[in-house]
Write a protein that binds this ligand. Structure first.
Ligand code: ZN
Ligand code: ZN
Length: 339
C-alpha cells in the first residue's frame, strides 16, 4: 500500500509510492565511467593554472608545499562582497543589494578525482577548510547565514568537472532554515530536548534507517524522504553549529561521508548528487534547539508537476529498503570501480 509520511522538521508530507515501487538497484545509472585525465590545460582549478582564478583566499597547506585544497572567490559569483547591505522596503516589495560571499573550494589538485574514491585524509583536508571558512565568515556581522555545498555531476548543477565545493554567505536567513529553527524551538519548548538528539536516540535504537555509524557520526535514511536515498549524517553529540566540530570529529565525519559516497558510487553507479552542510546562522551557534547535519541528495529522479503544484513529493523507494541496500554495498569496491 502507498503511504503518506510527514517530515518532522518541515511538516511536509511525502507519498511513499510502494505501488510504483522500485527496487533500490533499479535506480542505478548504468553509466559508463569515462576516463578523465588528472590534468587539463584549460581547467582553472588544475595546478599550474592558478592565475586563471580570482585572487586566492587560502590554500592548504600554506607552508610552501604543493597545495591540497584551495579557496578562491567564485568568478561568476551569485553575490558580491563589495555591495552595500542596504534594505529597501516599499509596500510588499523587499529588496537588499546583492551583498554576500560566494567562494569555490577546490577539493583536490587531481582533475580526475571523485570524493567517493578519495582517501579519508583527503576528505578530512577539505572539511577542515570548510570549517576554517565557515568560522571566518561567521565573524562578519553583515552575514546571517552560510551554506556549504557540493554539486557532483551535471544533473546536480556542476559546471566544472574538476572536483570542487562551494560556499555562499548571505545577509538573510533563508526561510527553510528559519522554519527548521522554529520547529526545533517548538519541540524544545514542548519536550525539553533537541529534536534531532531525540530523533537519533530513536533511530539508533530502531536501526532500520541506519546506513552506517562512526565514532562521532551516524548516517541514516530519512523516514519521510522526499526523494530516493536522501541521507543525513548527524553528529552524535549535540552541536548547533558546524563551526564547533573538533579535529577528532572532522576525521570521523570524513570517514563516514566518504564511505557513504563510496556506497552510493558503487550501489547506484556514480549518481549525480548534492551534499550540503545544514548549520545554524552564526548568532544561534550555542542553540539547544538546533543540531547541524550533512544532507546528501542523489539526483535520481526529476521534480514534476505534482511536486511543483503541491510541494508534496512522491518517493518510489522505501527509505528502509534504501538503508538496507546501502548497508549491504561494500564501500571498498569503490576504489576498484574507479581504477
Ligand atoms: Zn582541473
Ligand atoms: Zn541535538
Amino acid at each position: 500500500m502507498p503511504e503518506l509520511r510527514q517530515n518532522f522538521f518541515t511538516k511536509e508530507w511525502v507519498i511513499i509510492a510502494t505501488e510504483r515501487a522500485k527496487r533500490p538497484e533499479d535506480l542505478a545509472t548504468h553509466r559508463v565511467v569515462q576516463p578523465t585525465p588528472a590534468y587539463v590545460e584549460t581547467c582553472p582549478f588544475c595546478p599550474g593554472n592558478e592565475g586563471r582564478t580570482p585572487i586566492e583566499i587560502l590554500r592548504s597547506p600554506d607552508d610552501g608545499q604543493p597545495w591540497r585544497v584551495r579557496v578562491v572567490p567564485n568568478k561568476f559569483a551569485a553575490l558580491s562582497s563589495t555591495a552595500a547591505r542596504e534594505r529597501d522596503l516599499r509596500h510588499l516589495r523587499r529588496r537588499i543589494d546583492g551583498f554576500g560571499f560566494h567562494e569555490v573550494i577546490v577539493d583536490t589538485p587531481d582533475h580526475s578525482q571523485c570524493m567517493a574514491l578519495a582517501t579519508d585524509a583527503q576528505v578530512e583536508d577539505v572539511l577542515k577548510v570548510y570549517r576554517q571558512r565557515y568560522n571566518t565568515l561567521s565573524l562578519d556581522r553583515r552575514i546571517n547565514h552560510i551554506t556549504i555545498f557540493k554539486n557532483h555531476g551535471v544533473d546536480a548543477g556542476a559546471s566544472q568537472r574538476h572536483p570542487h565545493s562551494q560556499l555562499i554567505a548571505t545577509p538573510v536567513i533563508p526561510s527553510q532554515v528559519r522554519q527548521r529553527l522554529h520547529e526545533g524551538l517548538r519541540h524544545y519548548d514542548d519536550v525539553g530536548e533537541c529534536m534531532l538528539c531525540h530523533l537519533m536516540e530513536n533511530e539508533l535504537e530502531d536501526g532500520a534507517l541506519i546506513v552506517l555509524q562512526g565514532e562521532h557520526f551516524a548516517a541514516m535514511e530519512v523516514f519521510a524522504s522526499p526523494t530516493p536515498f536522501t541521507t543525513h549524517i548527524y553528529p552524535l553529540r549535540h552541536m548547533a553549529s558546524f563551526g564547533d566540530i573538533s579535529d577528532a570529529e572532522i576525521a570521523d565525519l570524513a570517514k563516514v561521508l566518504r564511505t557513504l559516497l563510496a556506497k552510493l558510487y558503487v550501489g547506484l553507479e556514480n549518481p549525480d548528487l548534492n551534499f550540503t552542510v545544514r548549520s545554524v546562522p552564526a548568532d544561534y551557534s550555542k542553540a539547544k534547539h538546533f543540531h547541524w547535519y550533512v544532507s546528501v541528495i542523489p539526483r535520481l529522479t526529476r521534480v514534476a508537476g505534482f511536486e511543483l503544484g503541491s510541494g508534496m513529493f512522491i518517493n518510489t523507494v522505501l527509505p528502509e529498503a534504501a538503508a538496507e541496500f546501502l548497508r549491504c554495498v561494500a564501500a571498498d569496491k569503490a576504489s576498484a570501480a574507479g581504477a
